[in-house]
Design a protein around this ligand. Structure first.
Ligand code: NAD
Length: 446
């Protein structure tokens, strides 16, 4: 069965979800307040870098199932199911800022009221929101509409940037939080095409769905922080975090993924979600101690890495570094909460000259830093005449560089390997000073 769907907020989640719903035969109208973005999407161009997205976007626009507009009213009037894919950034106190979600919920209620709409509608919260938000949004409709026909559903999104299309089209699971039988039936129908290979749809209450999303992100962040914490210990006792990773990761109870030590997690989700969960738990007097530690370790990890650079050189104001990687992870142009930004800020304060290269994130970085740093055309020219190479994002292209070429380009053969891309013994044997993360005693080359 095909549905008429409105998607409000067309960022990473909204654009990918809207396009995926169109690709499975639904009629989708995507709304955003950003006119420029809407015009870009109308022309079949994706405003974000996400593998496979543009192809799907063009096809569904051409086949008439996917449209873009700034007109919220049109979407509310036409749609049976309205997805809220709005930002929930951190407030100053660390809580999730719900202003966008609550504002749009109020606008939807006003549109229903002023157009005297009587059909049943489902408003689905896909944004990551704290426990109790579905109840808050329901409250808006119940207060404003005398004969309320709106059901509110919590349907958190688990897609990963860089794999967003794949994750949206073939989710490992779908979580639907609802107490309405009609909403449950419609949402299950809507998601059927995505779970044909047998992945589950979990129906639960709204609060549990909301907490499931935060718990998933906090748990993954905890795995990363655990390994980063351990990496500092490894450097003190001379153990190798990479060998430990293999040793524990092959235990199916632990699992292989999210065990890579590095410069810490970033992005638009983990940092704010960990913080928001911590805030919410403190608020009800049930502090989450592991979540707090996860956040603390993550904050410290990037500074541990920066300090390795600072401690290696005598005169930082004369230092010139090549920086490989700006995006918070590979295969995205997203630089929100990227560890690279902390590193750049800190090194600029010391007067270090930075030349950066990233396959996709140079534009977004330029928006933030402008000409305070230089931008290279490719990964090799980035290194020309530099005192050291610093690697912060593990793009595949950085994994097997020509070290002969690098030797010829770098002024000094020094590599700060923030993602453990290279083997310490090999780097040693070819004459590079190599500073990985958590791989045996920290060498002192000076
Ligand atoms: P985003 O910032 O990329 O996109 C949000 C979009 O909403 C923007 O295009 C913005 O212009 C638009 N917008 C803001 N106010 C609006 C309004 N009043 N009306 C219409 N449009 C409006 O955000 P995102 O990364 O897509 O995240 C959205 C939500 O999904 C957040 O809660 C986030 O935590 C969650 N989430 C994100 C990811 C991810 O990987 N990015 C994954 C899972 C969940």
């Amino acid at each position: 069965m095909s549905f008429k769907i409105g998607v409000i907020g067309t960022g990473y989640v909204g654009l990918v979800s809207g396009t995926s719903f169109a690709a499975t035969g639904n009629e989708v109208l995507c709304i955003d307040i950003d006119e420029k973005k809407v015009e870009t999407m109308k022309s079949g161009k994706s405003p974000i870098y996400e593998p496979g997205l543009e192809h799907l976007l063009v096809r569904n626009i051409k086949e008439g199932r996917l449209k873009f507009s700034t007109n919220l009213e049109e979407a509310v009037i036409k749609s049976q199911v309205i997805f809220l894919c709005l930002p929930t950034p951190p407030s100053e106190d660390g809580s999730a800022d719900l202003q966008h979600v609550l504002k749009v919920a109020n606008q939807i209620a006003d549109i229903i009221l002023s157009n005297d709409l009587k059909d049943e509608k489902i408003v689905v919260n896909k944004s990551t929101v704290p426990v109790g938000t579905a109840a808050k949004v329901s409250g808006i409709f119940e207060t404003k509409l005398e004969n309320n026909t709106v059901s509110v559903v919590s349907n958190p999104e688990f897609l990963r940037e860089g794999f967003a299309v794949e994750d949206a089209m073939k989710p490992e699971r779908v979580v639907i939080g609802t107490s309405s039988a009609t909403a449950e039936a419609i949402m299950s129908d809507l998601y059927q095409p995505f779970v044909r290979s047998g992945n589950p749809i979990f129906i639960m209450d709204e609060k549990s769905a909301e907490v499931t999303k935060y718990a998933a992100n906090a748990f993954l962040a905890t795995k990363i922080s655990f390994m980063n914490d351990l990496s500092a210990y490894c450097e003190k006792v001379g153990a190798d975090i990479e060998q430990i990773r293999s040793g524990i990761g092959s235990d199916s109870r632990i699992g292989k993924r999210f065990l890579f030590a590095g410069v810490g997690y970033g992005g638009s989700c983990f940092p704010k979600d960990v913080q928001a969960l911590e805030y919410s738990a403190d608020l009800v007097g049930s502090p989450l101690h592991i979540v707090k530690a996860t956040r603390k370790v993550n904050q410290e990890q990037i500074y541990r890495f920066i300090n390795k650079i600072k401690n290696r050189f005598v005169n930082l104001s004369e230092l010139k570094i090549a920086l490989w990687g700006l995006a918070f992870k590979p295969d995205t142009d997203d630089v929100r909460e990227a560890p690279s930004f902390v590193l750049i800020e800190e090194l600029l304060k010391e007067g270090v000259s930075i030349t950066a290269y990233d396959q996709e994130a140079m534009g977004n970085t330029h928006h933030h830093f402008g000409d305070k740093i230089e931008y290279a055309d490719d990964m090799y020219s980035c290194c020309e005449g530099k005192d050291a190479l610093v690697i912060v994002t593990e793009w595949n292209a950085f994994r097997n560089p020509s070290f002969d070429k690098l030797k010829g380009l770098l002024k000094r053969k020094i590599v700060f390997d923030g993602r453990n891309l290279f083997q310490p013994e090999e780097m040693d044997s070819i004459g590079f000073e190599h500073y990985p993360v958590g791989r045996g005693f920290m060498k002192t080359y000076k």
